[in-house]
Design a protein around this ligand. Structure first.
Ligand SMILES: Nc1ncnc2c1ncn2[C@@H]1O[C@H](COP(=O)(O)OP(=O)(O)OP(=O)(O)O)[C@@H](O)[C@H]1O
Length: 316
């Protein structure tokens, strides 16, 4: 479990992270999202003791990183700018890490096999592609078999096979009861893998909720209707509009209805004799939810008032 309490980081006048209070729980994949510059990496660096908080605290299993007796065995991390000496081989790098932390060499070979780098284990890591470097970073994170994983953009640079491999890996790690905290800008990937989401913008917490709850809340009462003829579609649209329900046309035969339930739209179709091809509650994608929630937090985005409204909605 990772516990943040009022976690704040200021660089001079600039507040990169502002009063984050939240818990990242075991047994789940928690996605960490936010626009560029939102403060994700800074937060992760503070959890890992690489940056000192200006205020507040970041604890792993109740302890600050610096107080962990055997950090590599308790928390594994992949940070974007993983520093590996380019002249060192993957195996050499992992062996050095293992040696420092009392981990047997046998584990290094196991983990190289596991991440798919066994064949290139003795090559200079400076010659690695971005995807191979990511695998080496993941190997390093897993080396000590830690209870907590902190992964900054783990799928960055991976091909579709690699992306799927990371997805299955983080799922398995969470299913084993470990705490997995990962950032990514790839919304479709995050939607597939995360159970819970933490979203920040301009260093502040925007949302901290289960994925399903967040998406359901964002979709509101949106209903997608597809008719069989324009006459029926127009009759339904006119009736909904006269009842002050928000209706948007989406092509000749489709309507998106906000503020009415599927039952209500179904009843109206029955009443008006409108023929239906499709009628369902539309679920927003994570991408739509994310864009809406962070609209006021991107540097050249919409107004702060929209964000404030969204923040209120996101208190779920
Ligand atoms: N060492 C530093 N000195 C000064 N400002 C910094 C430093 N590190 C980060 N910042 C600033 O803090 C803010 C948060 O940066 P951070 O890298 O944590 O964001 P991020 O959410 O990880 O962004 P990205 O998605 O682009 O990686 C940014 O405005 C950044 O310019």
């Amino acid at each position: 479990m990772i516990t943040l309490r009022g976690l704040t980081k200021r660089y001079g006048e600039r507040t990169a992270v502002n009063g984050l209070t939240l818990e990242v729980r075991p047994g789940k994949v928690t996605g960490f999202l936010g626009p560029n510059g939102a403060g994700k990496s800074t937060t992760m660096r503070m959890i890992l003791g690489l940056d000192a908080p200006s205020e507040g605290s970041a604890l792993i299993g109740g302890k600050r990183y610096v107080d962990l007796v055997n950090p590599l065995r308790e928390v594994g991390a992949l940070l974007e700018a993983k520093a590996v000496h380019p002249g060192r081989s993957a195996r050499g790098h992992l062996l050095a890490e293992a040696h420092t932390h009392g981990i047997p060499a046998k584990r290094v070979d196991q983990i190289l096999e596991f991440v798919g780098l066994a064949d290139v284990a003795r090559k200079r890591s400076g010659s690695f592609s971005l995807g191979m470097s990511q695998r080496l970073g993941i190997a390093c994170a897993l080396l000590g078999d830690p209870e907590t994983l902190i992964l900054d953009e783990p799928v960055n640079g991976l091909d579709p096979d690699g992306v799927r491999w990371v997805r299955d890996l983080v799922r398995a790690l969470a299913d084993q009861g470990r705490t997995v905290f990962m950032s990514s800008h790839l919304m479709t990937e995050m939607q597939l893998v995360a159970d819970h989401l933490v979203i920040i913008g301009k260093g502040e917490l925007i949302a901290d909720a289960p994925m399903a709850e967040l998406i359901a809340k964002s979709s509101g009462q949106s209903v997608r209707f597809r008719g069989r003829d324009t006459h029926g579609v127009e009759a339904l649209a006119a009736r909904l509009a006269s009842d002050s329900v928000e209706v948007t046309r989406d092509g000749a035969l489709e309507l998106v209805v906000r503020g009415a339930t599927v039952e209500r739209v179904g009843d109206l179709c029955h009443e008006l004799g409108v023929r239906v091809r499709e009628l369902n509650a539309a679920e927003a994608s994570l991408e739509q939810t994310y864009m809406r929630l962070t609209a006021g937090s991107v540097e050249y985005g919409e107004s702060d008032s929209l964000r404030a409204a969204n923040q209120q909605e996101a208190q779920v």
